[in-house]
Design a protein around this ligand. Structure first.
Ligand code: NAG
Ligand code: NAG
Length: 330
């Protein structure tokens, strides 16, 4: 499976801040003829003309990234927004309030519930607002997004169909040229944020070896070029593929932790965060010594409306629940 296009860049650790100017700097500037500029900037700084000191920007960059991950939403806007508010991602109106946070959604926004359009619009809004605030939204595809692109409507509710204006209109909207279909076909299936791998189902070593840029380019190429009926035959979207595999959430740890380690080694990563396999007790499941975290807690009312998000700051992992925060690792 060779890459067809140049790999797209993935979220990387923030760039190393520029070191502070040394004592040599005035001399160097003088030698390069920039003394006048130096003198001017020094005087301006002295009289406090620059309202924001440059050093402030650098000190922010040194802070570890705050990452918040939320699992399957399945058509329930009210519970989704409640989780986002609880985790400090959005306010009551669905506006981004998380500053420089990276917010990852691990797929399955659609199906089983009615609020499909509203939820994707929320994601679109948050993505734009996050950029302005210096943060980032990383929306990932789940198996249910791809099922809808395959025109597999087994889990679509009548209210959802109605919200699109009927089945035919819905089909067009989800198509390669539809407003929603076009947007979703730009989403990735796997992300690496500073050594944490995020995806919907789980990344078996078999797939991990291709590397994340290749997996995302391949997925987008298939989704953007193949008609719905052909997508069924793409192994990347099959049962042991990244969107469907449940091994890390379900299989015996004595076997599956070794598999996980192989996948993480191939990606040079610390841990994997996945959705897809509902935890009906409403608790984030940690397995293999916190190397895999299952964050599908059944947020949609179909699964009980359990509210939880995972917060990662450096190596500190915290489960954020209604009225309590539970440290998973530090
Ligand atoms: C990246 O991860 C490492 C190790 O897990 C952590 O120590 C560091 O603070 C993180 N960096 C950022 C920018 O979050
Ligand atoms: C998205 O933003 C638009 C423009 O501000 C707003 O009208 C709309 O209600 C927002 N949608 C959601 C679901 O938050």
């Amino acid at each position: 499976m060779p890459p067809r296009k140049a790999p797209r860049s993935n979220p990387q650790p923030r760039p190393t801040p520029v070191p502070p100017p040394s004592k040599l700097r005035p001399i160097l500037l003088l030698l390069t003829g920039g003394f006048l500029a130096y003198l001017t900037s020094h005087l301006l700084a002295h009289f406090n003309v620059f309202p924001v000191p440059i050093a402030l920007h650098d000190s922010i960059q040194k802070e570890p990234l705050r990452i918040v991950a939320v699992g399957d939403l399945h058509g329930d806007y009210a519970n989704a927004l409640a989780v986002l508010r609880m985790a400090g991602i959005a306010n009551r109106k669905g506006e981004w309030v998380a500053g420089r946070t990276v917010f990852v959604q691990t797929g399955d926004i659609v199906d089983r519930g009615p609020d499909t359009i509203r939820l994707y619009k929320l994601m679109q809004n948050l993505s734009e607002q996050a950029v302005t605030a210096g943060g980032k939204v990383i929306p990932l595809l789940g198996n249910h997004e791809v099922m809808n692109m395959m025109e597999d409507y087994r889990y679509v509710t009548p209210e959802d169909i109605e919200s699109f204006g009927g089945l035919e209109q819905r089909k067009r909207d989800w198509g390669r040229e539809g407003w929603l279909g076009k947007y979703l076909r730009t989403w990735d299936i796997v992300a690496n944020v500073n050594g944490t791998i995020f995806l919907h189902g789980g990344l078996h070593p078999k797939w991990a070896h291709y590397g994340i840029p290749t997996l995302n380019t391949e997925s987008q190429t298939y989704l953007q070029t193949l008609p719905p009926s052909k997508l069924y035959h793409v192994p990347l979207f099959g049962g042991d593929g990244p969107l469907w595999y449940r091994g890390y959430a379900q299989d015996d740890e004595r076997v599956v932790c070794k598999t996980l380690e192989n996948a993480l080694n191939a990606l040079k990563a610390h841990r994997m965060v996945i959705g897809h396999t509902p935890q009906l007790r409403g608790e984030i499941l940690s397995r293999c010594k916190n190397q895999v975290l299952v964050i599908d807690v059944g947020i949609s009312s179909v699964y009980g409306g359990n509210r939880a998000a995972l917060e990662i700051v450096g190596d500190r992992l915290v489960g954020v629940y209604e009225g309590r925060r539970e440290v998973i690792a530090e």
